[in-house]
Design a protein around this ligand. Structure first.
Ligand SMILES: [Zn+2]
Ligand SMILES: [Zn+2]
Length: 298
């Protein structure tokens, strides 16, 4: 739609980027965000319907314009590697970085990807073809630093505090080795995001959405068109909000709104969602969501 691009979500954490879905023209909006494409580590595709994957070739080509760019991991359903290898072979476009593919298959581990910052879980949703939902989890952070405990153990304020705070063991002047556990509270949980589009509610969706700080959910239709939603393997705004509420998510963001609805209809999605879950919003192109750490974090 003019003014309404296809659904994609890019997550930035400590300067690193993780992209979920790449519909046609995705690289244009990614460029508008000015996040840079060099630090893109992962592209996770939900399924091989064009509105979720046709932007990937252009994105790969755009990334190849960056000198000395690092490797890229692509997650998706079976067939995603063939799709990209074939288009690469047909168009013979330039690639200056390695691609690694991981395709979901029955019985594969629930953790699709893990690095020093995060892990990404996946699972099959309920659509007209195999469609994957994702859960993005930041690793737990070290517990709160207790300055009194550090002082009592003979480490004066200084660089050693920083090390302990980051969870590293340090040696004191007296030659003792101090474990960070002596001066840190219990580990604090990382933030969690669920990304699930093109689906009806199913068990996997609830699991991926469990206790998420932010849940990006397919809310393609208004409740009055629920029969169509069921037939096409999508959710209505209230379906999505109900899932978020039952799964204990903190915030629900409705995405992938059908192009049949005009700009003035969008408020109705929020109204329908809020009846089920108060923290329901609708995503606009290029909208940013900042996810704070939980205040009630122990
Ligand atoms: Zn689809
Ligand atoms: Zn779709």
């Amino acid at each position: 739609m003019p003014g309404r691009f296809l659904t994609s979500l890019v997550v930035r954490l400590q300067g690193q980027l993780y992209l979920f879905d790449a519909g046609e023209g995705c690289q244009i909006n990614l460029k508008k965000t000015k996040l840079g494409i060099k630090s893109l580590r992962v592209v996770a595709l939900s399924h091989l319907h064009g509105d979720h994957c046709l932007g990937l070739p252009g994105l790969l080509m755009m990334r190849a314009q960056v000198p000395e760019v690092g490797p890229l991991t692509i997650l998706g359903p079976p067939g995603v590697e063939r799709f990209i290898r074939q288009i690469h072979e047909s168009l013979d476009f330039f690639l200056n970085y390695p691609l690694s593919f991981f395709e979901w298959k029955e019985g594969c581990p629930e953790v699709a990807y893990e690095d020093d910052l995060v892990r990404i879980l996946w699972g099959p949703l309920k659509h007209t073809t195999l469609c994957l939902g994702y859960r993005f989890e930041e690793h737990p952070r070290p517990g709160k630093f207790k300055p009194e405990a550090a002082k009592a153990l003979g480490t004066p304020y200084g660089p050693l505090w920083g090390k302990l705070q980051r969870g590293e063991a340090v040696a004191t002047d007296r030659g003792d080795i101090l474990s960070p556990s002596l001066v840190l509270g219990p580990p604090r949980q990382g933030r969690k995001i669920c990304y699930a589009v093109d689906t009806r509610p199913n068990k996997t969706l609830y699991r991926l959405c469990q206790d998420a700080d932010l849940a990006f959910l397919d809310g393609m239709f208004l409740p009055e068109h629920h029969e169509e939603a069921e037939a096409k393997g999508h959710m209505t705004a209230d379906d999505a909000a109900r899932v978020a509420a039952r799964a204990g998510a903190q915030r629900a963001v409705l995405v992938h709104i059908s192009p049949r609805y005009a700009e003035e209809d969008l408020e109705k999605f929020i109204d329908a969602g809020k009846k089920r879950f108060g923290n329901t919003e609708i995503a606009r192109d290029l909208q940013q969501f900042i996810i704070p750490y939980r205040e009630d974090d122990p």
